[in-house]
Design a protein around this ligand. Structure first.
Ligand SMILES: NC(=O)c1ccc[n+]([C@@H]2O[C@H](COP(=O)([O-])OP(=O)(O)OC[C@H]3O[C@@H](n4cnc5c(N)ncnc54)[C@H](O)[C@@H]3O)[C@@H](O)[C@H]2O)c1
Length: 319
């Protein structure tokens, strides 16, 4: 008997495309709906001849129906500050309207549903590390609000469908994740440093570089997400790597892994930039038996070929 069919909204993006690979490897036929606003068809090129895979170019801010599915993974949303501020209203819409439309598909087919939420729900946190029980410190009208509040709404809508419509939902609070297929120019810390280091440009550190982040390698993230999908937990679960690095330390690791001679250049800290980010993963550990396995240096090495190729391609197409 064939496995149930899975829907991945945003499946042409960084995380969504890796999720498709993992679902197909587990035997699930997969349908992706994506409008390619930040995702790329090339992330799915390797699945072109896969009979169990289907791509539909759809903007989920409009109601959609991709046929019967047994599991809905809702990943569609611009995710980097560069992307979500280009069109903040589209970001708010995909977190609200898009989320309703994805939930309606799950409701119609009685499908299970997992949404990619974010550590941005914690804003600039006053509690450290962040547990799922922390309600966050978010500026509702600041430059990041179009993303942060959209995701907080996404969580509220997901809980409402669970409570009022009995949709079998899961909420993953994803912390900074990196790896191959990330957009090269999306301004997130690791692609930015990798790009600058591989091109011999200065690495831009905002503020004094003492603000911290924790970075999860993509294979660890996908493993955590699949475990959550198979669990019966309806409340949010943090999935991320709890090892914390200052931005400056991260820049130094990138220089070491790439062997680059680039210098570090300091620039003013953007408004509302969180000073600390680290997931408390006790819940994921106890509930899902999950913890990340790949440390930052190993993850950077695993990503190096991809970023090197992207640096070369962009250089030749830029001139
Ligand atoms: N990568 C991370 O570190 C991270 C951290 C926290 C949360 N997340 C969440 O995970 C999800 C995926 O993030 P990512 O890093 O892969 O980003 P991404 O930009 O690579 O992928 C997002 C995908 O959603 C698609 N999309 C956006 N709006 C759409 C719409 N209206 N209709 C159809 N498709 C649409 C884009 O084209 C893209 O393919 C997002 O929801 C993001 O908020 C990611």
């Amino acid at each position: 008997m064939s496995k149930p069919r899975a829907l991945v909204t945003g499946g042409a993006g960084f995380l969504g495309s890796h999720l498709c690979d993992a679902l197909l490897a587990e035997g699930y036929p997969v349908v992706v709906v994506d409008n390619l606003v930040t995702g790329r068809q090339s992330n799915l090129d390797h699945l072109r001849h896969e009979a169990r895979f289907e791509f539909r170019k759809i903007d989920i801010n409009e109601p959609f129906d991709c046929g019967e599915v047994d599991y809905g993974f809702h990943f569609a949303s611009p995710a980097s500050p560069v992307d979500y501020t280009v069109d903040g209203i589209a970001t708010l819409k995909v977190g609200s309207l898009g989320t309703f439309h994805a939930l309606d598909v799950a409701l119609k087919y009685g499908a299970k549903y997992l949404v990619a939420s974010t550590s941005e729900c914690y804003g600039d946190p006053l509690e450290h590390p962040q547990k799922e029980t922390y309600w966050g410190n978010v500026n509702p009208i600041g430059p990041r609000s179009v993303y942060d509040e959209a995701k907080r709404f996404t969580e509220a809508a997901t809980m409402a469908y669970y409570l009022y419509h009995k949709v079998d939902t899961r909420i993953a609070r994803i912390f900074n994740t990196y790896g191959p297929r990330m957009q090269f120019n999306d301004g997130r810390v690791i692609p930015n440093f990798m790009k600058q280091a591989l091109r011999g440009e200065d690495l831009t550190v905002y503020g004094d570089g003492r603000q911290t982040r924790s970075f999860c390698y993509v294979s660890d993230q996908i493993d955590g997400l699949l475990r959550l999908a198979k669990s019966s937990e309806h409340l949010p679960v943090n999935i991320g790597n709890p090892t914390e690095f200052s931005i400056l330390e991260c820049a130094k690791r990138v220089l070491a892994v790439t062997g680059s001679k680039s210098q570090i250049r300091y620039e003013p800290l953007p408004q509302d930039d969180p000073k600390q980010r680290r997931p408390d993963i006790a819940k994921a550990n106890t509930l899902l038996g999950w913890e990340p396995k790949i440390d930052l240096e190993t993850g950077l090495r695993l990503s190096l070929d991809y970023f090197r190729k992207a640096a070369l391609e962009r250089k030749t197409t830029r001139a």
